[in-house]
Ligand binder design. Structure first.
Ligand SMILES: Nc1ncnc2c1ncn2[C@@H]1O[C@H](COP(=O)(O)OP(=O)(O)OP(=O)(O)O)[C@@H](O)[C@H]1O
Length: 685
């Protein structure tokens, strides 16, 4: 047995013992803490009637209780981390000789810090600790890392990698190259996990640079399919949380994600890395909530995609695109300038002897309060009026009086209804107007949702979300110019923006990187990730061929050739799917997917496969869970996910403007096997 392995095992044994001891001690402290909390509760309930009349004692008690509860929560978190570490305490080791010293210091690296006791030198260092950068960034030889006190230089004399599962050493070896490609290939070649994996033990140097970047406020990553964008973004969140515990909590981080299934698919990563889950939201849902008082319902992206595929209409698509574009944003600005006059109908105001003439009001409106958004400005003028009244009369207005005055001022707007104003804008731009119906009957088509929301913010202001301190935008290519303007209005925090222009859900590739700096009004650091880790060489080359783009950098992981076939009808096609499906049996796969174009097709296929007796999960836009086994869904809901086997199914006779992008998205979802199956019946026409 080699030295590296035996030494690894003996350290594993030592650490396991120490972890167990530490967990036991924590058990006791937690128990003692809980008893304290209980007795503090008891004391409070027994004595609170007698506590001093000013409430000092009561306050002190509450504070003591709070700090004891917090202390106990921290212990609970620590215990949770150590329990997790028991399974696999470390995965790397670096021996580092600091400049000017003789002997190497040994650093073991794992998912968290672990010392025998608080304040002692760690036996294991958190992968996010400054010293752990050595493991990811350097081979043997001269190296340095950034410590709080400055750069520390020295030499790496040894570097090792381990795989430990359920307290058993699976392998241990000396790695003199970067985190070894062979290991990476083996890790990627195995099935076993169905959700996205944490990649702490094999983070690559380029990925590490992104994860550890705290300098750039806005990072935008254009990465080829499978380059680890989502993984890197999540590890970056964990890194930021670790290094800024004081200011950044999990609840301060928001991920804009494409759908709920994707949110489920990535949800376990942060807890696995010892952090609490972060907030997650879809932008469409957010818009729907924000427009509640303006329209009864809003279509979402899926409606639009389905319509584009079912009823391709170039003119309609042109209008859709224009409405989301920079040109539209400029048109809205021009429109707003004119609206300053056309929306207003000034009249003298008089209330119980206090009068403001039309020209005085105009002066206040256009000069004194000119910086306030148009639909909020009259409120400011009214407050000015009310203030003057209350000062002169030396009394406050009653609620009824206030309402009466408010009405007078509100009447100076021709309308306050955003929907009506939006229709004026449509008229100005030469687009068809939306139906003139009352709010409860208004259903916004997707093309109008974001321009209307943007108009609303420009008219009413919004104020940025102070609670969100870091925003992650995944699938950046799927957001329009107008959507980015809204995001810039809403969030002024640091951001990680990531995506792949080739996966745009549109008939054209959209590259958002050129306009981001303009929208956010600041420098955006752009990073390209051009190596793919997901697909085999065969699948990646096939996928690149769909766009005629160059094959990304790949690990030389080979697999089955991509199978392309055309079938006369769906039954024959599904026969072939069944024949090739390998999700059961000894060396079967964990996940497989049949990916169709439209929801209707996906549903139909799921029913036909069920009839064949195949167990499966059907994912539609309302689904929220990702499950092992066979999944049937559309290409657009499969975004961001991956499957061991993918069967892409489309109708060859049908005109589908999204077909090229859809095929590319489907093809790049496959880890090991890809089947591209066309069907040429007239069924779906
Ligand atoms: N350093 C790494 N070590 C091990 N696996 C990795 C590494 N980087 C990426 N992977 C794996 O590659 C696959 C793709 O990663 P991920 O889903 O994060 O990529 P992506 O760029 O977001 O993909 P896409 O845009 O196609 O959805 C995942 O299985 C992930 O675990």
């Amino acid at each position: 047995m080699d030295y590296c392995y035996t030494e690894g095992i003996s350290f594993l044994e030592k650490v396991t013992e120490k972890l167990k001891e530490r967990i036991e001690k924590l058990d006791q402290s937690i128990l003692a803490g809980q008893k304290d909390i209980e007795s503090m509760h008891d004391y409070y309930w027994e004595n609170y009637t007698e506590m001093d009349q000013y409430g000092y004692e009561d306050y002190d008690n509450q504070q003591a209780l709070l700090s004891q509860t917090n202390a106990n929560n921290e212990l609970l978190l620590k215990r949770r981390r150590f329990r997790k570490m028991l399974d696999s305490p470390f995965f790397g080791r670096v021996d580092f000789v600091y400049d000017g010293e003789e002997e190497a210091e040994v650093f073991y690296i794992g998912i968290g810090n672990f010392a025998e006791d608080t304040g002692m030198t760690p036996l294991i260092y958190d992968w996010r600790a400054p010293v752990s950068g050595l493991f990811y960034d350097y081979d043997k030889g001269p190296a340095s890392y950034q410590a709080p006190a400055g750069t520390l230089e020295g030499e790496i004399t040894a570097k090792r990698q381990y795989k430990i599962r359920k307290r058993k050493m699976i392998y241990a070896f000396e790695s003199d190259t970067k985190i070894d490609d062979e290991i990476l290939k083996t890790e990627l070649g195995t099935n076993g996990d169905i959700m996205l994996k944490n990649i702490v033990s094999t983070i690559q140097k380029e990925q590490n640079a992104i994860i550890r970047n705290t300098k750039d406020k806005i990072l935008a990553i254009q990465g080829v399919a499978g380059s680890g964008k989502t993984s890197v973004a999540l590890h970056r969140i964990a890194y930021l949380l670790y290094h800024d515990r004081e200011n950044l909590k999990s609840s301060d981080v928001l991920i804009l994600s494409p759908n709920s299934v994707f949110a489920d698919y990535i949800s376990h990563i942060l807890p696995e890395l010892g952090e609490e889950p972060v907030q997650e939201m879809s932008f469409d849902l957010f818009a729907y909530k924000e427009l509640k008082g303006t329209a009864a319902d809003c279509e979402d992206r899926w409606h639009h995609l389905e319509r584009t595929m079912k009823f391709p209409d170039e003119e309609r698509e042109r209008i859709y695109k224009e409405k989301q574009s920079e040109v539209m944003a400029a048109q809205i600005e021009g429109f707003l300038t004119l609206l300053e006059d056309s929306l207003m109908d000034f009249k003298d105001v008089e209330f119980k002897g206090l009068k403001k003439t039309e020209s005085e009001l105009i002066q206040l409106f256009y000069v004194k309060f000119q910086d306030i958004p148009l639909l909020k400005r009259m409120d400011a003028v009214m407050e000015y009026f009310v203030d003057e009244f209350e000062t002169l009369r030396d009394r406050d207005l009653s609620d009824e009086e206030r309402e009466y005055v408010q009405e007078k001022f509100d009447r100076m707007y021709v309308t306050k209804d955003i929907y009506t104003i939006y229709n004026w804008l449509m008229e100005d731009c030469g687009y068809p107007c939306l139906a003139d119906v009352p709010c409860e009957k208004r259903v916004l088509e997707y093309e109008d949702v974001f321009p209307m929301l943007y108009l609303k913010y420009r008219l009413m202001g919004r104020g940025s979300h102070r609670r969100v301190k870091h925003l992650v935008i995944d699938e950046m290519q799927d957001y329009s110019y107008i959507q980015y303007l809204i995001l810039a209005e809403l969030f002024s925090c640091s951001m990680t923006i990531l995506g792949d222009k080739f996966q745009t859900m549109d008939d054209h590739v959209q590259d958002v990187l050129p306009f981001l700096p303009k929208v956010f009004g600041r420098k955006v650091r752009k990073i390209v990730m051009d190596k793919s880790y997901r697909n085999t060489v065969e699948i990646a080359s096939y996928a690149a061929g769909i766009h005629g783009s160059k094959v990304p950098g790949l690990l030389e992981r080979h697999g089955k050739e991509v199978m392309e076939a055309s079938f006369e009808n769906m039954e024959q096609l599904l026969e072939k799917v069944e024949e090739n499906l390998k999700i059961s049996g000894e060396d079967g796969f964990e996940t497989a997917a049949v990916l169709a174009m439209t929801e209707e097709e996906a549903w139909e296929i799921s029913q036909l496969l069920k009839k064949r007796g195949l167990p499966l999960s059907y994912i539609d836009r309302d689904s929220s869970a990702f499950k092992p086994g066979l999944t049937v869904t559309t290409f657009y809901l499969a975004k961001g996910l991956e499957f061991d086997q993918v069967f892409t199914v489309w109708n060859e006779k049908k005109v589908n403007p999204l077909l090229t992008q859809a095929k590319y998205i489907c093809a790049t979802r496959a880890l090991h096997e890809l089947y591209m199956f066309g069907e040429n019946s007239e069924y779906y026409l």
